[in-house]
Design a protein around this ligand. Sequence first.
Ligand SMILES: C[S@@+](CC[C@H](N)C(=O)[O-])C[C@H]1O[C@@H](n2cnc3c(N)ncnc32)[C@H](O)[C@@H]1O
Length: 223
Amino acid sequence: MASDPVHTKEIAETFDELAHDRCCKYKSKGLTASTEVLLGLLTENGLVGKTLLDIGCGTGFFALETLRQGASSCIGVDLSSVAIHEANEFARESGLQDRAKFEVANAASAQHAADIVVMDKVLCCYPDADSLLKTASGSSSELLGFVVPRDEGLMRPLIRIGTGLINLVERLRRTGFRLYLHPLGSLDRLLVDNGFQQSSKAKSRFWLVFLYKRTEPDMPERR
Ligand SMILES: C[S@@+](CC[C@H](N)C(=O)[O-])C[C@H]1O[C@@H](n2cnc3c(N)ncnc32)[C@H](O)[C@@H]1O
């Protein structure tokens, strides 16, 4: 699709279809292991009283969980309008709607301002990691956490085969959705160039969880 090289419509449609099931899964099983790790890193580094931006928030359960753990307010953005609808419903059901705002947006171009920014399994769904991470880093005044496939060490061949198979199925289904394994070194360089340093790295079976801290103030013109 020449007019949309990053396939935002196809990504939105893919997650529109999955939104309801993902919300039900969270309600019956709770957070996944990697998401628990991300939440743990945030609480260890001071979540209480902070504002949070959840990029690619899906149905909003992580952002709402951070409110239960003491964050003061949260904003969630996602390309999927169905996921955002579920997130707003879930916020109301949980009585957290006054501190939570969910909106449809492409986070690669829509900048917000928050103390903490997270992207849980989002970079792997978007081709232009540089734009997404640059906008995310410009939105964060303190911490930036993200979860990406465990594309290193002994897990690398398995992750690469799994990603290849998923992309083959998507190609056969003629969708524009693909999974991406962005080089970890490039993500690190971009964040260092934008004033962050890695402070923690943890893993679950299939995922790596990173936490970066801002070491240099953001340039006013980027905010
Ligand atoms: C694998 S899901 C993860 C959802 C949620 N973070 C979780 O862990 O359950 C990836 C989400 O990122 C969203 N997404 C991908 N690229 C995005 C972008 N550029 N802007 C906003 N949302 C995006 C997708 O619509 C999808 O809901």
